[in-house]
Design a protein around this ligand. Structure first.
Ligand code: SAM
Length: 220
C-alpha cells in the first residue's frame, strides 16, 4: 500500500459522518466527539476492511478479535466521565484505536493485551501518531496492572463471566470500572463505582463482546 493511502488526513468526509452518527446515537460529550474526530480509525483496521473504517460497526482485526463498534466505545468514555488529569487502565488494547482516543482525553493510559502481535501493532501506530502518554503491556488484564494502580477509571473491552475483584481493588476512591458481564454470547455493560462505603453497581446497556480470557475471565 502506498504511504499516502495511510495518511491520517484521508477519509475526512466519512469521519465527519461517523461523528454525526455518534451524536444521533446519544453521544453528547464534546471532548469525546472531538477525540474521535482526531484519531484516524482507518489506520487501525486491516487493509481488507479499511473502506469500512468509519462505519459504526465492529470490524475484524485478526486473531479472531474485533475493533469494537465506535458508538459503544464512545459510550464507554461518556459514561466514565473522564477528566483530563485521569489515569486510566484499559483491558484489551486490540487494534489500539480506543487506546488512541482515550489518550486524547486523559493524562495517562495503561493498556493490557493478551495477544502480543496486536499489542505490537498498536505500539507501532501509536508511535507513528506521536501519542506518548500510553504504556502497553502484554499479559492477562484480568489481574489488572498493579504497578500503576490506583486508576481513576478502568475500561474492559471484552466480555467477562464476573467482575474481577482485582480490578475493583485497583480503582482509586471515586474510581469507575466499566465491564461487560454475562455469558459468552451476551453481556450487560456494567458500571462499578468505588465509594467510601464499598462499591455501587449499575447496568448500562446490553452488549456483545469477544470473551475476556484469563485467570479471572473465561478459560481459552
Ligand atoms: N478496544 C479495542 C479496539 O478498539 O480495537 C477492541 C478490543 S477487542 C473487542 C477485545 C480485546 O481484548 C482483544 O484484543 C482480546 O485479545 C483482548 N483480551 C481478551 N482477554 C484479555 C485479557 N485477559 N487481557 C488482556 N486482553 C484481553
Amino acid at each position: 500500500m502506498a504511504a499516502d493511502a495511510l495518511s491520517p488526513r484521508l477519509f475526512g468526509r466519512q469521519r465527519m459522518q461517523l461523528i454525526e452518527t455518534l451524536q444521533e446515537r446519544g453521544i453528547s460529550d464534546l471532548a469525546v466527539l472531538r477525540a474521535f474526530d482526531l484519531i484516524p480509525r482507518h489506520l487501525f483496521v486491516p487493509e481488507a476492511v479499511r473502506h469500512r473504517a468509519y462505519e459504526d460497526a465492529p470490524l475484524p482485526i485478526g486473531f479472531g478479535q474485533t475493533a469494537s463498534q465506535p458508538s459503544l466505545q464512545a459510550l464507554y468514555m461518556q459514561v466514565l466521565s473522564l477528566q483530563d488529569q485521569d489515569k486510566v487502565l484499559e483491558v484489551g488494547t486490540g487494534s489500539g484505536f480506543q487506546t488512541a482516543v482515550l489518550a486524547q482525553l486523559v493524562a495517562h493510559v495503561y493498556s493490557v493485551e493478551r495477544i502480543p502481535e496486536l499489542s505490537a501493532r498498536a505500539r507501532t501506530l501509536l508511535d507513528e501518531l506521536r501519542i506518548s502518554n500510553v504504556a502497553l503491556l502484554v499479559g492477562d488484564g484480568t489481574i489488572g496492572w498493579s504497578r500503576y494502580a490506583p486508576y481513576d477509571a478502568i475500561l474492559v473491552a471484552a466480555g467477562a463471566p464476573i467482575v474481577p475483584d482485582t480490578l475493583v481493588e485497583q480503582l482509586a476512591p471515586g474510581g469507575r470500572l466499566l465491564i461487560p458481564v454475562g455469558d459468552r454470547q451476551q453481556q450487560q455493560l456494567t458500571l462499578i463505582r468505588r465509594t467510601e462505603q464499598g462499591t455501587e453497581r449499575e447496568e448500562v446497556v446490553g452488549c456483545t463482546f469477544v470473551p475476556l480470557i484469563g485467570r479471572f475471565g473465561w478459560s481459552s
